[in-house]
Design a protein around this ligand. Structure first.
Ligand SMILES: [Zn+2]
Ligand SMILES: [Zn+2]
Length: 289
């Protein structure tokens, strides 16, 4: 747990329920950082909770919300790749009648709405339950570059370079700010540039949650797979003058010891310029102060 010296009641609390990219995974060597895929809970006092992505981590996340008696939740989806949506049919908020789940996500390149894309995704023979079978009331909202509000949390969306239309989100609330850029295509091997949209999302935020899929050694053969290096993630954070970067969307082959090694090295190299944390399942960050 990292705290920044402010009462939780006045701060954004960000809780990681899934920090893995690509596919859920497990093993003794992955226990400290966890094997569930992308899902993050954002709590702002006085607000219904906001969920960033519905990967497999959203099963346990939803258990917590149901336990707290939450009746309405907003989900902000970066894109519809499996590792970001696979938890929806197991998301306890979606399985409870009388609950409302508002799902925001990227408009699709082929013109389908995300609701239509979800209906196409969950059907026989891939899965026996359709979106329309889920007992909760689900709503879907498509976005490109956009701005809207959930209560008094201001949300900004921008297209992020990846594979297929992908959004990053910026949340501004009560003087605090958070950017979520889960899957981000680095422009090339050792190329350090960032799109205007991603720059708008990230500039000056307290916390940036960013793709950290590969090491520099791994990146070459996978340079067109939609992701970036840990070094690029930290470069974006420094370039955009963020306070803290949480490295996220860890490759399934990155075990606990390797993730420790990576963060130790990056802190030694860049710790003066930005605070660097390794997102770990079961931990929270509190933004305040
Ligand atoms: Zn992903
Ligand atoms: Zn993806």
């Amino acid at each position: 747990m990292h705290h920044y010296g402010v009462r939780i009641g006045e701060a954004f609390t960000i809780s990681f329920f899934g920090v893995r990219g690509s596919t859920p995974c497990d093993g003794r060597d992955l226990q400290r950082y966890g094997g569930n895929t992308s899902s993050v809970l954002v709590d702002a006092p006085g607000h219904d909770p906001i969920v960033l992505d519905l990967g497999t981590g959203s099963r346990r996340l939803g258990q917590r919300l149901v336990g707290e008696g939450v009746e309405r939740v907003t989900c902000l989806l970066s894109h519809l790749h499996w590792d970001h949506v696979q938890g929806l049919p197991f998301f306890p908020m979606a399985l409870r009648p009388g609950t409302r789940v508002d799902i925001h996500g990227p408009s699709q390149d082929d013109g389908r709405t995300i609701g239509e894309a979800f209906r196409d995704m969950w059907k026989e023979p891939a899965f026996p339950v359709t979106i329309d079978d889920l007992p909760a009331e689900l709503t879907f909202v498509d976005h490109a570059d956009d701005q809207f509000a959930i209560g008094d949390v201001r949300i900004t969306t921008r297209t992020v370079p990846h594979i297929g239309h992908t959004l990053g989100y910026r949340l501004d609330w009560n003087g605090r700010s958070l950017a979520y850029v889960s899957d981000h295509q680095q422009p090339g091997v050792d190329v350090y540039e960032v799109s205007d949209g991603v720059r708008e999302l990230c500039t000056g935020v307290d916390l940036l949650i960013h793709d950290a899929q590969y090491t520099r050694d791994e990146f070459g053969p996978k340079a067109a797979w939609g992701h970036c290096t840990v070094d690029y993630a930290v470069w974006v954070a420094i370039e955009c003058e963020v306070g803290t970067v949480a490295l996220y969307h860890h490759d399934p082959t990155h075990d606990d010891d390797l993730l420790d090694e990576i963060v130790t090295r990056l802190r030694a190299e860049h710790g003066d310029a930005v605070e660097i944390v390794m997102a770990a399942e079961g931990t929270s960050l509190v933004l305040g102060g």
